[in-house]
Ligand binder design. Structure first.
Ligand SMILES: NC(=O)c1ccc[n+]([C@@H]2O[C@H](COP(=O)([O-])OP(=O)(O)OC[C@H]3O[C@@H](n4cnc5c(N)ncnc54)[C@H](O)[C@@H]3O)[C@@H](O)[C@H]2O)c1
Length: 425
């Protein structure tokens, strides 16, 4: 592949990555950064140059454990370094905008975890920063990794090839149960100022992006309701009037009284996000859809399921069986009609030629390796990655419409258009 037009750094054939945050997504991304060049033939070689966290001892241990050359404790210093080409943002949503905008302004390519931001206003600023940076060849992508599951990419191909016909129904759920216990503490994900929203932005954002990606249609309007079942939770044990953050830091718990919830237990604070979000939607290509995102589906650990029904076929995906796609083709002879279980492990299935012989299945972490494969390839070829920050802003606009509808008693609410939002300013 020609490297003409690439920066000096990229012409050296090396892409030096600095990652901010080293916990759940930090570990998943590290696994993918370690793997991507060993599986895929790419024009740039990744160097895991430095990982950033605020606690020196913990980030040092993480660097050693996850395979980073160095650790640092100040993301601003990381971004200022000449020997960093990519900044990978794996922090909670309240720091995405600040880190990503600064990194783009410093000429670094940026991969930012989802949801892009905690608000439409922040997401809009991030899009503007990405568009300014793109003028000098700097790339930005948001990490909606489920797009990169081969069966999901195959579903998109089938829809795009017309194998389902006109899409009429989309049915999407993302079900978890990790906070069913009322004694589960008030972690950052349950605080609006840190996470933006609850189940809606955390897992609802995934099914919004995934369904729009596979159908090629965008959500135009919604009628929604949200619920917070447990309104007060204990502060984490290590804190007193403070809520622990994921890396052991602490923030003032919003509205924390510091008093015990029942007179004898630990101090509690208010949950300020939704536990569950449900909505009906109209898509701009004519389909109608239902969405359910909840952290209270007792027994469901990470149940992401999507079904698409078209005029001549249907397809269904279940993350718990991620190597499979169910496909119904109404053109088959009547005696043979039924859902076919496609095992998506053939070499001509998306991403699969780089892995194992047919039938040798892959897992959750591979979606991140595929995400990085595409991101690195786009940087090398000077292409715009997807989902772009503008694509992720559009998801943010859907989340915003859902929140506004829920606040207005489920009133029908239009999703604001991305371009008007961006260019009107
Ligand atoms: N793509 C997915 O499937 C997926 C899954 C989980 C989380 N996420 C997203 O990834 C992001 C991180 O979530 P997580 O589950 O990894 O959270 P986490 O709590 O496990 O880790 C957060 C990390 O960010 C660090 N951090 C927090 N504030 C920081 C700051 N100001 N400067 C430097 N480091 C800071 C913490 O030290 C920690 O290492 C969120 O946006 C979340 O929505 C995406």
């Amino acid at each position: 592949m020609s490297t003409e037009g690439l920066s000096t750094v990229e012409n050296s054939g090396e892409l030096r990555v600095g990652m901010v945050g080293y916990a759940f997504m930090g570990a998943a991304h590290s696994q993918a950064w370690r793997t991507v060049n060993r599986v895929f033939d790419l024009p740039l070689r990744v160097r895991m140059a430095a990982v950033c966290g605020r606690d020196e001892a913990k980030v040092a241990a993480a660097a050693a454990h996850l395979g980073w050359d160095e650790h640092v404790t100040d993301w601003r210093a990381l971004i200022a370094r000449d020997d960093i080409d990519v900044v990978d943002v794996c922090t909670p949503g309240d720091s995405h905008a600040e880190i990503a905008i600064a990194a783009l302004a410093a000429g670094k390519h940026v991969l930012c975890e989802k949801p892009l931001a905690n608000s439409v206003a922040e997401a809009r600023e991030m899009v503007e920063a990405a568009e300014r940076a793109a003028a000098s060849g700097v790339r930005a992508m948001c990490g909606f990794n489920y797009r990169r599951v081969p069966a999901v990419a195959l579903l998109r191909q089938l829809v795009a090839a017309g194998r389902l016909g006109t899409i009429r129904h989309v049915r999407a759920v993302y079900l978890q149960d990790w906070i069913v216990d009322p004694q589960f503490p008030l972690v950052w994900r349950l605080q609006k100022d840190r996470a933006g929203s609850g189940a809606l932005g955390d897992i609802g954002a995934h099914i919004v992006d995934l369904t729009q990606y596979v159908t090629g249609q965008r959500i135009a309007g919604v009628s929604a309701l949200t619920e917070t079942f447990i309104k007060e939770r204990p502060l984490p044990a290590s804190s007193s009037g403070l809520a622990a953050t994921a890396n052991g830091g602490s923030v003032a718990a919003p509205g924390s009284s510091g008093s015990s919830g029942d007179g004898g237990g630990p101090p509690t604070g208010p949950v300020t996000v939704d536990d569950a979000a449900l909505f009906l939607a109209r898509l701009d290509g004519g389909a109608i859809a239902t969405y359910e995102a909840t952290r209270f589906a007792t027994g469901r650990k990470n149940g992401l399921r999507v079904e698409v029904n078209g005029s001549i076929g249907s397809a269904a995906f279940d993350l718990e069986r991620l190597n499979e796609l169910e496909f119904y083709d109404s053109s088959a002879p009547g005696t043979e009609q039924g859902f076919t279980r496609i095992l998506v492990t053939e070499a001509d299935h998306p991403y699969m030629s780089a892995w194992w012989p047919p039938g040798h299945i892959i897992g959750y972490e591979h979606s991140f390796t595929h995400e990085l494969r595409d991101f690195v390839a786009d940087i090398a070829t000077g292409s715009d990655p997807a989902p772009s920050f503008a694509d992720a802003l559009q998801v943010q606009l859907v989340l915003d419409a859902v929140s506004r509808s829920a606040e207005a008693g489920s009133a029908w609410t239009q999703v604001d258009p991305v371009r008007a939002e961006v260019t009107a300013r």
